[in-house]
Design a protein around this ligand. Structure first.
Ligand code: GUN
Length: 277
């Protein structure tokens, strides 16, 4: 069994981006909007801001009160759409309930949509023509590439069908010519499906629900989940120790997919900069 070291892969990606930034006319710019004071979101936003500074990007961290109106938030997005220093705009999700996240995402200029959530970018992903692709699934593809395994013809099972991870992950794997099964909370015989999988991508958000003996010997296991147990320990959606006995390659939690999401956001911001030039 080998570990797919997301921390290391992300570090190399960031180093490469920092090198490229030095050769550019101006620093690529990313604006991250945080609405309200959800502590987990605040940590994610701070990490994204710090990562930008580290590679030499121009970064704006914009904090808005939880009580902001829909129109005020849309106005802020439009302002950033028209700001030439800004190449990428990210609105941290989830938003407070009175705000329509979909409307906010659709208001971001598709050229600046570094999350890849705008319907135009999702549509392009479905046609295998995309340039701004959702960060976490794209980061998973970068990790899979480091194993040297050709995904064409492989049986892949994605567990979880969210807009942010599961659905775009399905398209990424299909674009790599894999055969993909996507599971949701109503899926029958999940363990049976996983036992036939050459590649498992777990994105459920439930601690260690994927058992080690559901993993086919030699399979590749990608764990997107980050769950905090009552004792404070961070674990994934997969029972790591048991799954590691079966897998050929496996991602740890923490230090797996997490660091890749932010590194891929930087990669997307650089792509958005180049496309705007
Ligand atoms: N919340 C959880 N994951 C994400 C993400 O990838 N992008 C944004 N904007 N919000 C998130």
């Amino acid at each position: 069994m080998k570990i797919i070291d997301g921390k290391k892969i992300a570090q190399n990606l960031r180093k490469d981006i920092a090198q490229q930034v030095k050769t550019l006319e101006r620093a690529p710019g990313l604006a991250v909007i945080l609405v309200g004071d959800d502590p987990a979101s605040a940590v994610y936003v701070r990490n994204k801001d710090n990562a930008c500074k580290e590679v030499g990007f121009y970064s704006e961290k914009i904090n808005k009160p939880a009580g902001i109106t829909q129109q005020q938030l849309l106005d802020e997005v439009v302002r950033l759409n028209n700001d030439d220093r800004i190449d990428g705009i990210l609105v941290q999700l989830p938003l407070p309930k009175h705000l329509d996240a979909n409307l906010v995402i659709e208001t971001i200029s598709p050229q600046k949509d570094v999350d890849g959530f705008h319907s135009e970018n999702i549509g392009k992903l479905m046609q295998n023509k995309s340039y701004l692709r959702p960060c976490t699934p794209k980061g998973v593809m970068t990790m899979l590439a480091t194993t040297g395994i050709d995904l064409a013809g492989k049986d892949c099972v994605v567990v979880g069908a969210s807009n942010i991870v599961g659905r775009p992950m399905l398209m990424e794997l299909l674009n790599a010519r894999a055969t993909v099964t996507i599971c949701n909370s109503k899926t029958q015989d999940l363990s049976g499906k996983l036992r036939r999988a050459d590649v498992v991508v777990a994105a459920v958000g439930a601690p260690q629900i994927i058992q080690g003996d559901w993993i086919k010997p030699g399979a590749v296991v990608i764990d997107v989940g980050i769950n905090r147990l009552e004792n404070g320990k961070l674990v994934g959606d997969v029972d790591f120790d048991a799954a590691a006995e079966q897998a050929s390659w496996i991602t740890p939690v923490p230090g797996g997919v997490g660091p890749m999401t932010i590194a891929t956001l930087l990669e997307n911001t650089l792509t958005a900069y180049k496309n705007r030039k």
